[in-house]
Structures are given as C-alpha cells and as structure tokens.
Design a protein around this ligand. Sequence first.
Ligand SMILES: [Zn+2]
Length: 424
Amino acid sequence: MTSNFYRRDTCRLCSGKDLMRVLPLSPSALCDAYITKEHLHETQELFPLELFMCRECGYVFLPYVVDPEVIYRDYIYVSTSSMGLADHFGKYAAHVHGRLKLAAGDLAVDIGSNDGTLLQAFKKLGMQVLGVEPAREIAKSATDRGVLTLPEFFDTPLAVKMAREHGKASLITINNLFANIDDLQEVTRGVSELLAPEGVLVIESSYLADMIQNMVFDFAYHEHLSYFSLKPLVSFFRRFGLEVFDVERVGTKGGSMRYYVRKAGGKREVSSAVAELLGYEERLGLYGEELYLKFRERIDDCKKELIELLQRLKSEGKSIAAYGGSATSTTLIYHFGLAPFLEYIVDDNPAKQHTYSPGYHIPVLPSAELYNRKPDCTVVLAWRYCEPIIAKHKAYLDGGGRFLVPIPRMRIIDSAAAGSGSAN
Ligand SMILES: [Zn+2]
C-alpha cells in the first residue's frame, strides 16, 4: 500500500530543527474515517500519532502529515450538523463585529468557511462576505445559499486574486481549521497579502494549556497538526509583519483561545491580556519537559485503571459497549487498547449510526440499543459530554446498566450514583 503521509523534520512555525517528543500516543487509523458496510473488507492504514515540541519557539505539533486530499475532499462534517455550532458562530460574529468596530460594507473572509454559517452571520451584520472552502460539494452548497465560496485551498496566489477581484479584507477569520493546515507560512503570507492596512485576522483554536489541564489528550488526531499556545504564535506572526494584539478565552471544544492579529504598527491598541497570558504559560511550564511527563503519567493512570476494570468485567462474563463514535473516540480506543473489550459503540448522530469504527470496524449503533441489548457496562468515550449522556440515559442505569467514565479520573456511574448527583 502506498503511504499517504510524510513526516516533517522541522518546526512548522520557525523551521527550527531541535524537536522534542512530548506526547507519544499509539498509532491509529484516521480518526474520523468511519466506514460503511461496503468497505468492511478494506484494511485502513494506520498512521503514527506523536506530538513534538520545537525547543526553539515552543510550538507543539504533529509532524506526521496525512495528504489533505485524502482527508478533506470527501469531508462529511458540515458545521450546521453539529449542534450548538450555529449558535456559537452567531455569538462569535456579533462579538467580533462589535469588538473590532467593523463598518457596513467591509469585507469579511472566512478561510475554511465550511457551509458558510459564520459568514451568514457577518452578512446579516451588513458586511460583504467571501468564503474559501476546499471541500467542493460543501463550497457549492454555501454559494447556492448566498455565501460566495471559492472551492480552493488558500494560498498566496489565491489571496492576490481575491484582493484584486474583491478588494482587501477588513476581517479574516480562520477557526479550527488553522490547526489543520500544514503550510502555515504560506497561508500566513496569503493572509498578510489579503489583509487591509487596519484589517484584523481572528483565529480561534483549541488551546494547548487547556488541553493538558483538562486531560483532553484525545483531541490529538491526524487532522489536528497544531496544538497552539500564545508564545510561539507571537514570534511566528512577527516574521510576517503581523502582531497578536489581543487574546480571549472561549469555552468551546474543551478550551479554546481566540487570537486577534493586526499588521505590525497598526493603530489598534495592544491589550494587556497578551502579556498576562504569556506570563500564565511560563508559570505553568508550558514550554518545559516536566509538564508533559506529568501529563503522560496522568494518561497512563487512567488507562491502567480502565483496562484492569474491563479485564475483570470481561472475566466475569459481563457485556461491554461504548458511547460516542467521534474522532476523539478513535484516539482513545487505539491509545488505551479498548477494541478487544467493546462489542459495539452507540452514538446519537444518525450520520454515524450503522457505520463501523476506523480501523477496528467496531459496529456503531443508535443509542436505543442500550435498551434493546442492555449491556452491563458502557464505556463513555465521549467523556467530555458525560453529564448530558448520564442525564439522558437514566433509564439505562435504572435498568441495571453502568457507565464507566475513564477521564479525567475513572468513575463508575450506576443508578444510585447518578441519582445522588455524584455523577458530577
Ligand atoms: Zn519552532
């Protein structure tokens, strides 16, 4: 089989060569590559999954880059299909629009605009909008719905063409996609080209410090090439004549950060939040080795505790299912070695039901199967959402079922525990 990935040997941000391995996870199949029955006979390729830190600038990243054509051209993820995201983008647009005092008729560009949900919100606020989205079908549906969307990968030639045809942008947004881009230098050159003199680039992305503090290591998967924090971004943008002038914490995706970037020497004031966050990162030890050693120990402890419990349950003849068929579940299944224990996975998303998990091909079924098949125990792979899952399936617990929540520490939730509120 031809390999669809390559390994970078330099830092994506500063091109430094002094890299330190900080989080070795088990190799896994592409985390969102759930397959249909017709593809069951196919073996899915495994890719290494290890995070490195650049000792020169502090950037944490995945050096293994799977061909984006393989990952994105048939991407089925559409933002309106994800509950809460449309609402989040509506608030995002209103906040950023007010915060930056954007004017009617100013151009907003969203890179990785998906189905245009965010741009719709900026359009309602009177802005001109333009999307860039390489998934062709999704780009076309956004254009059909009134948000002109270019079906391309963003780079400098495209930026030059966009500026010529549509004018310079007062606002460029790149949300979670920024962490999925391999050639960040090229994209940032393009941004610099497209941005108006007083224009602002806003990036929202999962925040490395929160990922560690909240034990969200399963957020590491092949689509996520970067695990951003402030310090390396400050020096990175400086090299392109850009400057981070404000940062804001955002509660989505287990802890995200919003970075505001302007042209260096621009009129917008630099917020004290920038220096405060840099101080926090230093105090936390985000750029040293020790924090990561402790992080790995905590992950290993969770793994050991869960596996011992599953071995015991299995030896007692108990039936074991899992809850949550998302990308993060795949990292968890591979890194913890859960596949031999799980008979099936249940998921509430109809697009995932009746598919098979990446690599191991564990069947994914509707959550109603908790009541038909009555598994003795269900491992909550979607552990970050365990509270709503427990609340929704109290009847499963009342019928004798148990939820095993493995992270951030092992908890066994039965009917009594859920009823007494100790699930919190
Ligand atoms: Zn670096």
